[in-house]
Design a protein. Structure first.
Length: 303
């Protein structure tokens, strides 16, 4: 660990590793400051970081204190909203029309993620949610439980190449007045249900390696799942005249063997959900639609 890294770890003890999660841009700015001749540093005051004024240790110069502060966040010298921020969980940087996000530790507590978002002016709630192994560290959302009614747009786009667990762009108005929720994927325990993070049409989705469920009868797909030692869940996939759809979780006795499977998704490490086209005996589509939404979702839960 070099001298710069020791200073960063001193102000962010939660980093917990020899190499703190500092973005490339932040480190470059830090090193530039350290390299600046003393005559150009006159008049600088250490900024406030998370509401605490950095004190100058007797053996550390003013520029070293400033450099250590910038390794955590870059913004106005007197405090306020930052343009860059990094901690052990993630780094975030404001661009002209979006925020660049890099997640480095998906096992970090949700408050560490919220800390980073709020440092750059985004008042959001973050949930650390169980997901499949391939989605660990992924950023999900943003979800607006009350509905999006403001100006601008909301969204997340994954970017590659990425040298960390997850890299992406976030679009969100900094002054959005409603509740906004993001999810960060963590590794689910064996048998623990995965959080539902896919809201697109499940038709054609395939969860079984080397096997196509789409278009096959329920009985055939169920037999394949049992052969693999997997449990089975069922969802009726209803469609509406306006082009909308909803999926309805149902017990096995609501499903007929000759109905058609239109897609499959992993429910947990040992279970698969089958999306089934309702047969004539299924009855009318649920009204209102999205009856499955009556079950609290990960973004509805409060702690």
């Amino acid at each position: 660990m070099n001298r710069i890294d020791r200073m960063v770890s001193a102000i962010d003890p939660a980093a917990g590793s020899a190499e703190p999660a500092v973005s490339t841009g932040v480190r470059e700015l830090l090193e530039e400051i350290v390299a600046t001749p003393p005559t150009e540093r006159r008049g600088l005051r250490p900024p406030r970081v998370r509401g605490v004024r950095i004190r100058r240790p007797a053996a550390v110069s003013a520029v070293a204190a400033l450099a250590a502060a910038i390794a955590i966040g870059v913004g106005l010298p007197s405090g306020g909203v930052l343009t860059r921020y990094a901690n052990a969980a993630m780094s975030i940087e404001k661009a002209d029309e979006h925020f660049s996000v890099v997640i480095t530790d998906p096992t970090a507590g949700r408050r560490r993620f919220e800390e980073a978002f709020r440092a750059v002016g985004l008042d959001v709630t973050v949930k650390v949610i169980p997901v499949a192994p391939a989605r660990v560290g992924e950023l999900f959302g943003p979800i607006v439980p009350g509905g999006f009614k403001g100006h601008g747009s909301l969204g997340v786009q994954r970017t590659r190449p990425c040298a960390s667990v997850f890299c992406g762009r976030v679009w969100m108005p900094a002054d959005f007045p409603g509740r906004v929720v993001f999810g960060v994927g963590r590794a689910a325990e064996p048998g623990e249900p995965y959080a539902e993070v896919d809201f697109d049409d499940p038709a054609g989705a395939e969860a079984l390696s080397g096997y196509t469920s789409n278009g096959k009868p329920v009985a055939a797909v169920r037999d394949e799942l049992r052969r693999r030692g997997m449990r089975v869940g069922y969802r009726l996939l209803w469609r509406y005249p306006d082009g909308g759809f909803t999926d309805q979780p149902v017990p096995a006795d609501r499903i007929r063997d000759d109905w058609t499977v239109t897609g499959s998704r992993s429910h947990s490490s040992d279970a698969i959900d089958l999306f089934v086209v309702p047969g004539p005996e299924a009855g009318p589509a649920p009204d209102p639609p999205a009856s499955s939404s009556s079950t609290p979702q990960w973004y509805d839960l409060t702690e």
